[in-house]
Design a protein around this ligand. Structure first.
Ligand code: MN
Length: 251
């Protein structure tokens, strides 16, 4: 190889190195689960080919199973992550292949999920929602936000206690399985809920917007420790909200 070829290849290798970081970071923040493949895709958008279906990924849990004790017990966390969440990942990836899903990334899949089966809808939602949920929780929670999140909640809902009451109400009134959400709609903070594994990024959802906080109110999220007492689970959950992550998701 001559000097020019060598420089060209070295440059591509360098670009690949720098791009890998953001791609992995994106996967961790649920923006995409696309598998980084060729170096070509790092410099320009290359349409996904049929031989490389979209793959949705489960993020590594950012803390140990016991890190949210006593609010959320270790056994619930382990089963929730290794059984429920892992099953959504397995099932959606099977369905993506079986149905020839053409979406090129996770957000596009959610935004066009009406085109696909209930299996895709339920399991794609299950993957995204839990990846998001793990990240907006963490050990050492202060129980209440400060700074810009507190300001935004005060402005949107009167004060933090009123916000908490309204969000708790959304979780309590979701009949059966689903999620409570804090989301941004046209720059405004809104509270709502979705059934099953639907989320505000889906074109089929009545509640749409950009999620900044989510609470899983499926019984599998709390039944081992709290049994039928969803209200006790929600009350304890405030202790493990990671407000720094919520702040990152606010505009
Ligand atoms: Mn769940």
């Amino acid at each position: 190889m001559d000097r020019k070829q060598f420089l060209s290849r070295s440059l591509k290798a360098t670009v690949g190195t720098f791009i890998a970081g953001p791609l992995l970071a994106n996967a961790a923040s649920c923006n995409t689960s696309a598998v980084p493949d060729t170096e070509a895709s790092t410099t320009e958008h290359v349409p996904r080919v049929a031989s490389a279906p979209l793959v949705l990924a489960q993020i590594a849990l950012p803390y140990g199973y016991d890190a949210l004790e006593p609010s959320i017990d270790a056994q619930t966390m382990e089963i929730h992550y290794t059984k429920h969440h892992a099953a959504y990942v397995k099932n959606v990836n099977e369905a993506i292949v079986a149905e020839g899903v053409s979406a090129s990334d996770e957000n596009e899949l959610l935004a066009t999920v009406s085109k696909y089966s209930a299996k895709v809808r339920n399991n794609a939602g299950g993957v995204w929602n839990h990846n998001f949920f793990w990240q907006v929780m963490g050990p050492g929670g202060k129980g209440a936000p400060e700074g810009k999140v507190l300001d935004a909640l005060n402005a949107g809902f009167g004060d933090f206690e009123k916000f908490k009451a309204a969000f708790t109400d959304a979780g309590m009134k979701r009949f059966g399985s689903g999620w409570a959400w804090l989301l941004e709609q046209d720059g405004k903070l809104v509270i709502g809920s979705t059934p099953n594994q639907d989320n505000p990024l889906m074109d089929v959802s009545e509640l749409m917007g950009k999620p900044v906080l989510a609470l899983d109110v499926w019984e599998h999220a709390y039944y081992l420790k709290y049994q039928n007492k969803r209200n006790d689970y929600v009350a304890a959950w405030w202790n493990v909200v990671n407000w720094d992550e919520v702040a990152k998701r606010m505009a």
